[in-house]
Design a protein around this ligand. Structure first.
Ligand SMILES: Cc1cc2nc3c(=O)[nH]c(=O)nc-3n(C[C@H](O)[C@H](O)[C@H](O)COP(=O)(O)OP(=O)(O)OC[C@H]3O[C@@H](n4cnc5c(N)ncnc54)[C@H](O)[C@@H]3O)c2cc1C
Length: 405
């Protein structure tokens, strides 16, 4: 019997090992479904999934939500039916890593033997004065709906999108397409598509130009006011709405619990996705700082789902007295929507540097939609065939850490 099994406590008549998964985003859902499918029919393992809402948030579509488009109603409890996983709806307010408990809505306490931490990340509005108070974000479906309401009410004026990363680009394009009466300004330190190959980047710029998005590179926002954005150098841009997409930060819960975190609050993991300070805690998705041969992974759905699956496999192995395996993941694409009728897909090397090949136009739109729609059916398949969710590019030499095979 290994350490994890020894810690199981008696619930009812059976001694159960309690696995609590925090966050039912892309990574947490993958972890819950994969683990439930692996331990199904086996006595002694309880899986509980905690999330703020019962509806699954398709983060990849939040720029659509922000422009008033309806997305599918995906019910987490319904998907979990038949898996044996318990769903707890609530807001996690604290983790006690010594007592091994999680506090929900400040009034319920859930004990765990193994914790999977997948609470994701939010837009970092703390970096610039005024952003927290005056800027909209795409941190949750509710935040996106707030922006949708504001845009709907504007008869004209300017929307400033701060941050020229992928979320900023997709949002600026979507807003310009859906609300042609509004001027859209995309501000960022780097030019949009900076990491793409010249062909993909040129296509992206031409699409933003066609949609009327004004791109401002090397722009550093220093202050957000109710109706203005101030830039370094003294320039001000009048703004009827500001969308903040620059940078991400994670929940302070992990740091407050005494877990080792990096400078963005992400839990630092070992090669098997366990916290380096608390091995009974696994960290997945955007909330984890996971080192690969090319560096620390950045937050994506393409990498987040594999981390959830891998954490489940590691927990299952540990419960069966086996050694968890190292996690390896190599990127393969950067799909970017440019409104509903256009897109560009940059294929990448495992370290996320661009390959020469890219897709554009209708082919890219179909590719992007296939990718965006794929997580939910993938979870459904995993319920019956857990192995179907365990395929992803391992990244070859790019992901190998020194001293590992
Ligand atoms: C507009 C947009 C477009 C994107 N496009 C792409 C793309 O094309 N490809 C790609 O790979 N990535 C894309 N991303 C990034 C991708 O969405 C994230 O990397 C991914 O969602 C991370 O998954 P996660 O499970 O770690 O976190 P999340 O999906 O954010 O899930 C976290 C979950 O935890 C819940 N939660 C958080 N805090 C608490 C709490 N205290 N209590 C209870 N529940 C809590 C949240 O409600 C949520 O359900 C995009 C992001 C945005 C915003």
């Amino acid at each position: 019997m290994n350490a994890q099994q020894k810690t199981g406590t008696t619930t009812g008549t059976a001694t159960a090992h309690r696995v609590v998964i925090l966050g039912a985003g892309y990574a947490g859902m993958a972890a819950a479904i994969q683990l439930a499918a692996r331990v199904k029919g086996r006595d002694g393992v309880d899986v509980t999934l905690v999330n703020a809402q019962e509806r699954f948030t398709e983060r990849l579509r939040l720029h659509m939500t922000a422009t008033g488009q309806q997305t599918a109603e995906l019910s987490i409890p319904q998907l979990l039916e038949g898996t044996g996983t318990r769903f707890v709806r609530g807001w996690v307010t604290a983790v006690d890593a010594e007592a091994k408990t999680v506090r929900i809505d400040d009034d319920r306490v859930l004990p765990y033997d193994t914790l999977v931490y997948g609470l994701g990340g939010v837009a970092d509005t703390s970096a610039v004065p005024g952003a927290e108070d005056h800027a909209y974000t795409l941190s949750s479906a509710q935040d996106a709906e707030l922006l949708a309401g504001r845009l709907e009410r504007l008869a004209g004026g300017t929307v400033v999108v701060a941050g020229s990363g992928l979320t900023g680009i997709e949002s600026a394009a979507e807003i310009a397409e859906r609300h042609p009466r509004l001027s859209v300004v995309l501000l960022g330190r780097q030019e949009p598509g900076a990491t793409m190959n010249p062909k993909a980047k040129a296509y992206l710029h031409a699409a933003l130009d066609r949609l009327g998005v004004q791109v401002r590179n090397r722009a550093e926002v220093v202050k957000v006011l109710p109706d203005t954005v101030e830039l370094a150098g003294g320039e001000s841009i009048a703004a009827d709405a500001v969308l903040w997409t620059s940078g991400t930060r994670t929940s302070p819960l992990a740091a407050a619990a005494g877990l080792s975190v990096d400078d963005r609050g992400r839990i630092v993991t070992d090669a098997t996705l366990r916290s380096v300070s608390h091995p009974d805690v696994y960290a997945i998705g955007d909330a984890a700082a996971i080192r690969q041969g090319y560096g620390v992974m950045h937050g994506t759905c393409q990498g987040g789902m594999p981390t959830g699956v891998h954490a489940a496999l590691s927990i299952d192995r540990a419960l069966r007295g086996k050694q968890p395996k190292p996690f390896r993941f190599g990127y393969y694409h950067t799909p970017v929507s440019l409104g509903r009728g256009d897109a560009v897909v940059q294929f990448t090397r495992p370290d996320d540097t661009p390959r020469r090949i890219c897709l554009t136009g209708r082919t890219a739109v179909r590719y992007k939609e296939t990718v965006t729609a794929s997580p939910w059916p993938t979870y459904g398949r995993m319920k019956k065939m857990p192995a179907s969710g365990a395929f992803w590019p391992r990244g070859g030499r790019f992901t190998r850490l020194k001293g590992t095979k």
